[in-house]
Structures are given as structure tokens and as C-alpha cells.
Design a protein around this ligand. Structure first.
Ligand SMILES: *Cc1c(COP(=O)(O)O)cnc(C)c1O
Length: 360
């Protein structure tokens, strides 16, 4: 007889690695195409020399650097093995009973329902309205069982963002005992002039707001796994209690510090990515696709039932993108030549003839 495993895990699909397409361009995971900066590579190489030693479990130096950068105290910052680990830890610090609810929009970050189920809590979802968070409906869905609300802004995979005024109106409606996690994995790509929603700014005056950011996207360190949370010291202290010990490696901490120091170079790159993202969207719109405005480093193509087939055809054409069955496909803005390759496929008259009608 095999060991008894929680039967409810049967409903979580086993991880299936994407089919590999040797030599294909990868625009599927919202990574940056460029490798680490020379300063980060140097820090990585130096820190590897101490691989026989455990890392600093509190990430003290990185937290101090982040605190200075953000204008907060180190006690306001927790570091995690990618911000997805912090998402999981947020569920762990808020939910203790199966009736405890985690509320989020759908479709949003695919990790939210999984980590909620793994924590044995209850997921409550509110549909996006026209590819954007419906914050009024989310506020209305809060009950006395709600413990945690994820607001992914800009949203993955729809790419859309809500502005500051709308976010504040929503936060005003959330009871003080409910923790709101603003997942800002794509913050560095967000512009929204005039109504710029800066979670860290909002969290300053609201102890029930915690912000998640990451070094995986604009900072280009997806493979090293480091993200951070900014919030009230009580929330941060709880996060440290459930943190998987030593899960943020010395190499990750060193690379993050070096990348933070070199942030101007990295943040300058976001302008190029944004220009490419807008170029991709314009070309897709001109070809007749439905593509909501994006505030991230990717575009969302609404394809309905054709999503999976579209992504398979794109992979055949040499560009791997991320389908969401029955809904759409997410395409990361990469380097211009990579994006050109995707657009050559997507705007080809044969592709347009086959797929454009499907999403309408
Ligand atoms: C990519 C992403 C993250 C963070 O990923 P990590 O690599 O774990 O830091 C978090 N939230 C969303 C919505 C993302 O898309």
C-alpha cells in the first residue's frame, strides 16, 4: 500500500512541464530577455564562494537596502523565495480554518487558488469585468469569513491596472481586520500618469495593506527566486514566523542587492519593454485581435476557445507563448527581434483568418 496523501490534492493538476521547443523564442513567462547585469553576475560569483555556509535567514542586508530604497523601516519588509512564496505565507498567517476565505479576482494569478487550497482555506473568486478588476464586486464579496484579499495590480494575465483613486475607494470599504495583498509583480512597468497606484504609499497609512514586489520581472532575476513584502511590522513579523528557513539563498540576496544598486539601468530598460509592448498591441489590434490595454511587460489576447490552438500554432512558428484554455493567450514583450517573430506569425493572413474571429 502506498502512503496516504491528502485526497483533496487530487483536484490540483500535477505540474506538467511545457513541451520543449528547442531553439524557440520564449515569450511565455514574463521574464526579461537580457541576462543579469555585470554587477549582479559579479555578486553572484562572489557569493557562491560561501555556499558552504547558510545564508542570513532574515536577509538583513537586503532588507536594509530595500528599506532605504522605499523610505520605510527594515521592520516593514519581509523577503521571500520569490514573491509567490510570500503569497503562500500570507495565506498561512491569515487562514487557520477551512471556512476562512481568500478572495481574489478571476482570472488572475494562477498561484492564488492553488496556495489557498494547499493551506486548506476556501477560495472565493469575483470575475473580472471587461478584463479589469471589479473592485466594487470584490468589496461586496467580503464576508465575516474573509481573511485575505489578493489584488493583482497590474493583473496577470489580463495586463490591466486599476488606478489609485479606485484602489483607495476599495480599501476604504475593506474592514480593518481583513488583510489586503496588493500583488505588484509588474509595478515597474506600470505608468498610469495622474492616477499612479503605488502600493507602498498606500500601505504606509493602512496597516491591513501589504504589498508584494519581486526581483523576477523588471530586475531580471527570475531564476534566483527573491521577492519582498512591504507592510505593517505585525504582518511582517508573522511572515517571518512561517518563512521556510533559509529559503532565500545567499546568491539570491547578493544578486538582489547588486541589482537594486544598479536599478537605474534596469528601470531604464522598462521604457524599451513598454514601447515594445505597445508596438505588439498596436499590431495585434490592427490585425483585428482583441487585446486589452496593458500596464505590464506582456499583452493578453482574448481568444476564447481557440486559445490553446493559437499557442500551439505560435510554438510551431518558433515562439512559445502562454495559453489559458478557453480564454486567451499571454505574450511577453521580449527583444524586438523576438517580438517581430511573434508578430510575423500572429499577423500572417492565414493566422488571422484562422483565429481572429474566435475571440470576438
Ligand atoms: C511573476 C509573478 C509573481 C512573482 O513571481 P516570483 O518569481 O515568485 O517572485 C507574483 N505575482 C504575480 C502576479 C506574478 O505574475
Amino acid at each position: 500500500m502506498t502512503a496516504r496523501i491528502r485526497p483533496d490534492l487530487d483536484s490540483i493538476p500535477a505540474y506538467v512541464p511545457g513541451r520543449s521547443h528547442p531553439g524557440a523564442v520564449k515569450l511565455a513567462s514574463n521574464e526579461t530577455t537580457a541576462g543579469p547585469l555585470p554587477a549582479a553576475s559579479k555578486a553572484i560569483a562572489e557569493s557562491v564562494e560561501l555556499a558552504n555556509r547558510y545564508p542570513d535567514n532574515q536577509s538583513g542586508e537586503l532588507r536594509a537596502a530595500l528599506a532605504e530604497f522605499l523610505g520605510v523601516e527594515p521592520a516593514n519588509i519581509a523577503v521571500g523565495c520569490g514573491s509567490v512564496a510570500l503569497c503562500q505565507e500570507l495565506v498561512q498567517i491569515t487562514c487557520a480554518a477551512p471556512t476562512d476565505e481568500v478572495l481574489f479576482a478571476w482570472r488572475s494569478f494562477e498561484a492564488y487558488p492553488i496556495i489557498t487550497q494547499v493551506a486548506n482555506a476556501t477560495a472565493v473568486t469575483v470575475p473580472l469585468a471587461g478584463d479589469v478588476h471589479d473592485l466594487d464586486a470584490m468589496a461586496a464579496a467580503i464576508t465575516d469569513r474573509t481573511r485575505l484579499v489578493f489584488v493583482c495590480n497590474p493583473n496577470n494575465p489580463s495586463g490591466t491596472a486599476v488606478g489609485r483613486a479606485e484602489l483607495e475607494r476599495f480599501l476604504d470599504r475593506v474592514p480593518a481586520g481583513v488583510l489586503v495583498a496588493l500583488d505588484e509583480a509588474y509595478y515597474e512597468y506600470l505608468r498610469l500618469p495622474g492616477d499612479h497606484p503605488d502600493g507602498v504609499e498606500l500601505a504606509r497609512s493602512r496597516p491591513n495593506v501589504v504589498v508584494l514586489r519581486t526581483f523576477s520581472k523588471a530586475y531580471g532575476l527570475a531564476g534566483l527566486r527573491v521577492g519582498y513584502a512591504v507592510g505593517a511590522p505585525e504582518v511582517i513579523a508573522a511572515l517571518l514566523k512561517v518563512h521556510i528557513t533559509f529559503s532565500v539563498s545567499r546568491v539570491a540576496q547578493a544578486a538582489a542587492i547588486a541589482s537594486l544598486e544598479a536599478r537605474h539601468e534596469l528601470l531604464d530598460r522598462t521604457e524599451t519593454v513598454i514601447a515594445e509592448r505597445d508596438r505588439i498591441r498596436a499590431a495585434l489590434l490592427a490585425a483585428g485581435y482583441r487585446v486589452p490595454p496593458s500596464e505590464s511587460n506582456f499583452v493578453w489576447i482574448v481568444l476564447g476557445a481557440a486559445a490553446t490552438e493559437f499557442a500551439a500554432a505560435s510554438a510551431e512558428a518558433g515562439v512559445v507563448i502562454r495559453p489559458f484554455a478557453g480564454e486567451g493567450a499571454r505574450v511577453t514583450a521580449g527583444d524586438p527581434h523576438e517580438n517581430d517573430l511573434f508578430l510575423r506569425f500572429a499577423t500572417d493572413p492565414e493566422t488571422v483568418g484562422r483565429f481572429v474571429r474566435a475571440g470576438v
